[in-house]
Design a protein around this ligand. Structure first.
Ligand SMILES: O=C(O)CCC(=O)C(=O)O
Ligand SMILES: [Fe+2]
Length: 311
């Protein structure tokens, strides 16, 4: 679909990402996300991955970003190369929504020229609500479907909104592109990565383990976590949702408070059985368990396919 290019420059592409790519990005988000820029929204930015010692998880995003940038440059017939201003995995949970806006609608967002939203899961299957609407022009409504991407200019020719999520979790990969190279996200990421490698941290035993984000990367700081448990506690919530209990190494009888959980070594338990494996912190535990669950689901899928062929 290519809408009126002058009045409402936008493009919808089906199956831009494979379902495997969507799943891989979902896994990264589930194991690393932190509280996002609005209540009930969780995000995984590339700087967050670097700050939490999980820069290796940027790799699957590299090719996807390049392919998207090429599409945007081609569709908008850009004479000069664009830069990527922001990349984020964003999930919207029950109650979140966004009213009519354009993506450059604040003075500090004026560098944004183009937006791309890749849908990583599907309306009706993974969540209810969360339809995307354009205020003018066609299409008026977009039903998110895993693998599809929506590309549009960030200015007021593409004012849009997202309906409230009624149920489930709506997951996207969102990118903004700029003509202004001083807003190049990659330049900032590369300098952050080189700072880390020049400090020699990578030689310290255990330095490859994921770290929790610093307090100022959270919507609510750990100091205020008791008032906002659900906001700060996304990693713990995901571990509980997988059916595990969390126990500090130092005192196994006490459930730690949230700021301790983010920083201190711990063990996991299931059905009153405490596992020997020790984790550096809750983010480390979540990443390891997410990998196991992803592998387990993969093996079950392969096994079911084999059974289908035999029977
Ligand atoms: O997720 C979407 O469909 C659009 C999100 C959006 O409008 C935004 O983040 O500015
Ligand atoms: Fe938007």
């Amino acid at each position: 679909m290519a809408a009126d290019r002058q009045q409402n420059p936008r493009l919808m592409l089906s199956n831009f990402l494979s379902l495997e790519q969507c799943k891989e990005l979902e896994f990264i988000h589930k194991s690393c996300s932190t509280v996002g820029y609005r209540p009930s929204v969780f995000s995984t930015t590339l700087s967050h991955l670097i700050a939490t010692n999980s820069a290796h998880l940027i790799i699957p995003l590299v090719l996807i970003r390049e392919k998207l940038k090429e599409k945007v440059e081609e569709f908008f017939a850009c004479e000069y190369e664009l830069c990527i201003e922001f990349t984020g995995l964003v999930s919207w949970t029950k109650g979140s929504s966004i009213g009519w806006h354009s993506d450059d609608n604040r003075p500090y967002l004026k560098q944004r020229d183009f937006s791309a939203v890749c849908y990583l899961n599907s309306y009706g299957k993974d969540f209810r609500g969360g339809l995307f609407h354009f205020q003018d022009g066609e299409p008026t409504t977009v039903k998110p479907s895993a693998g599809d991407v929506l590309i549009y200019t960030a200015d007021n020719r593409n004012v849009h909104s997202v309906d409230e999520i009624i149920d489930g979790e709506r997951l996207t990969l969102t990118l903004w592109f700029s003509r202004d190279s001083s807003h190049d996200e990659d330049a900032k990421l590369v300098s952050r990565l080189s700072e880390i490698s020049s400090t020699g941290l990578t030689d310290v035993p255990g330095s490859y383990l994921p770290l929790p984000a610093s307090s100022n990367m959270y919507w609510f700081s750990p100091d205020h976590s008791s008032e906002h448990d659900s906001a700060i506690n996304i990693c713990c919530a995901r571990i509980y949702a997988l059916g595990f209990g969390i126990y500090p190494l130092e005192d196994k009888t006490n459930i730690m408070d949230v700021s301790d959980l983010l920083m201190k070594p711990l063990q996991l338990a299931r059905n009153d059985e405490l596992f020997n494996q020790e984790f550096e912190n809750v983010l480390h535990a979540l990443q390891v368990f997410s990998i196991f669950f992803a592998l387990f689901c993969f093996i079950v899928r392969v096994y079911c396919k084999m059974l289908e062929q035999i029977l």
